[in-house]
Structure formats: C-alpha cells, structure tokens
Ligand binder design. Structure first.
Ligand code: TYD
Length: 138
C-alpha cells in the first residue's frame, strides 16, 4: 500500500544483548521526530487509533509483546503484525489506522513528525473518506 513501509531496523546486538537503532532526519525514519508516545498495559479487546491524521506521519515499534495495526487508505486495507522489537511500521499522513490484539505485555512506541494537535485528527471514517476523495478530485 502506498504510504506504508514495514522496515527491519538495524540490530547491533552482541553477546551483551540486543541494541536496535532508528534515526530520524531521513536516515531510518523519513521525518524529523517531534513527538514520542507509548502505549502499554492495554486492556483486553481494546482497539486504539480509529483515526487518520491530516499532517502527522508515524513510525510504530512494538518493543515488547505484539499487536496488530490495520491500515486503510480509503481503497484497500492491510493488517501488519508488529511482534519483534526490530520491526517497524512507517505510516504517511492521511492513513486510517486501528491498533488492536495487544498482548498483555505489549509496549507500542510511536514516533511522530508533528507535535500533538487534536484539530488534525479525523475521527470519523466517513469524513476521512470524504477528505480523501475531495483531495483526489482536485
Ligand atoms: P487517543 O487519540 O485516543 O490515542 P490513540 O491514538 O492511541 O487511540 O488519545 C488519548 C488521549 O490522549 C486524548 O485525549 C488525546 C491525548 N493525546 C495527547 O494529548 N497527546 C498525544 O500525543 C496523544 C497520542 C494523545
């Protein structure tokens, strides 16, 4: 799907243990990181996300446990399982996302290209489709 990339992060681990690196500024992550948030102790059956962002790009790493991310660009849907600390998901702006199936021990770290701004969130799926289609018609 356009605007989505699953990446294998460089693992520099040795006999002392693992060390995984992701750098901003277009090295590994195709944006400068302005915000980090993380999600853990997610209760059973929870679905997070269920929104699209007009400006924010994201980089997801599930550093412990596992979760699934359902992505939707208004045409197609894809499900990515994040179950390794060295596996990452890059997501462009204007992608509808849902995070679910969190294992009890899941720690999902999300890096973003933008500071938090509630106004750039589209939380209604029909509104998302409308904006995608309006853009396509311009
Ligand atoms: P929410 O959008 O429900 O999180 P998710 O994307 O994981 O479903 O955010 C929960 C609350 O936290 C909501 O009131 C907005 C606030 N919030 C911030 O203030 N800053 C942030 O960076 C994020 C992700 C959320």
């Amino acid at each position: 799907m356009k605007g989505i990339k699953v990446l294998e992060l460089p693992n520099l681990g040795d006999d002392r243990g693992e060390l995984v690196v992701a750098e901003g500024g277009n090295k590994t992550i195709p944006f400068d990181i302005k915000r980090v948030f993380y999600i853990y102790k997610t209760t059973e059956g929870t679905i997070r996300g269920q929104h699209a962002n007009r400006n924010s790009k994201f980089f997801f790493i599930n550093v412990n446990g596992s979760c699934k991310v359902k992505i939707d660009d208004g045409i197609a849907q894809e499900i990515i399982t994040l179950d390794e600390p060295h596996k990452a998901l890059y997501m462009d702006k204007m992608i509808w996302k849902e995070m679910y199936d969190f294992s009890e021990d899941a720690v999902l770290i999300v890096l973003s290209s933008e500071h938090y701004d509630g106004e750039e969130y589209i939380r209604d799926y029909d509104e998302y489709l409308k904006e995608i289609n309006d853009k396509g018609n311009n």
